[in-house]
Design a protein around this ligand. Sequence first.
Ligand SMILES: Nc1ncnc2c1ncn2[C@@H]1O[C@H](COP(=O)(O)OP(=O)(O)OP(=O)(O)O)[C@@H](O)[C@H]1O
Ligand SMILES: CC(=O)N[C@H]1[C@@H]2OC[C@@H](O2)[C@@H](O)[C@@H]1O[C@H](C)C(=O)O
Length: 381
Amino acid sequence: MTKIIGLISGTSVDGIDAALVDVAGGQTNLKVELLAATTYPYSEKLRSQILSVCGGASLSIAELAELDDAIAQEFAQAAFTINQKSDQKAEIIGSHGQTVYHRPPSQQLGYSLQLGRGEVIANITGIPTISNFRAADIAAGGQGAPLVPCVDIHLLSHPEYNRCIQNLGGIGNVAYIKSQKSPYLKNSILGWDTGPSNTLLDLAVQHLSQGRKTYDKNGEWAASGIPCQDLVEKWLKQDFFQQKPPKSTGRELFGKDYLFNCLADGENYNLSAADILATLTELTAASINHSYRNFLPNLPDQILLCGGGSHNLYLKERIQNLLVPIPVITTAEVGVDVDFKEAIAFAVLAYWRSLEIPSNLPEVTGAKAKVMLGEIHQPII
Ligand SMILES: Nc1ncnc2c1ncn2[C@@H]1O[C@H](COP(=O)(O)OP(=O)(O)OP(=O)(O)O)[C@@H](O)[C@H]1O
Ligand SMILES: CC(=O)N[C@H]1[C@@H]2OC[C@@H](O2)[C@@H](O)[C@@H]1O[C@H](C)C(=O)O
């Protein structure tokens, strides 16, 4: 058993998810036990700095260095605090860091920047830290994302059912996992980013409530509106949704500018605030439905939701409605925490890196080769 801390702050930029896990086995008999998990919210100041950088604000190199240090210190504090929850000290930290920029590959290689240097986390905590997980896949020509499907296959494959694991984070992504009974075929696992999930909803709620609300709790506001199907159809024609996998995206595409275009479209249809939220929620559900129907070899037998959006009951209902009769449940219902699956995954990725096991999935990211993910930083004792 190796005790590992997994850390990530995702595209919602709501705070650092930390998971303390025991990991054992190799790639065939992986065992993961969650010992403790907590979210450490960012201070309002740091969060708004990160969001403005994600939104394209310019920074001097000196300001970038300060932001990187501030994020690394928060990550180290999160690791230090969760480490207190166990008698034995964690042996490794796997830290995703905070994505502030993601450019998928096109004619050139991709580029993805996660702040929160692993070197700093290692030195503050005294624990070897593995970070910068996306760089090697990108250098091999891959998207560098999503990376979690390679862990999903170990945590969530089923003896009989083909499953889709649908993350509803700031951005949505899917992992399609064939049942354990299927022979090892090329299409055993697929995965890609499906589009926006909570980024647009959160931005819209903040805008429409004039800053009084940060998100639509349980989707109640959206549920009181009526989705405008004409707009959903129009938006789905956009390149990202039509593009075949491998594909990845981020706040660079589905951020404030995108939202303001949606709001302008909504005005042309005289949509109320509730109707706009219902329409944006429908875009998330419809983009998932469109992705499954167009890019999967077959529809799955089960859909398992995870990420913060899995708490949004209206979104869940809309996904179910579009994909009926496939049962839509959550990963929690099969024993994997919806809010900490990504943090758990970065602990597992760090474990594999420590064993020098390549862990990217070229069939998901489009990389030319299997590569080891992450850079190891030893603390100076
Ligand atoms: N009860 C709830 N009702 C509706 N939405 C919720 C609820 N709880 C959380 N959320 C949504 O989930 C978001 C956070 O999701 P999550 O933590 O999965 O994002 P993330 O990890 O930052 O994203 P990503 O997977 O893209 O990196 C919140 O910003 C909010 O929009
Ligand atoms: C560049 C980046 O941080 N991408 C995130 C983001 O959030 C969800 C989706 O877009 C996914 O591709 C990825 O995160 C998860 C952890 C992944 O790599 O699987």
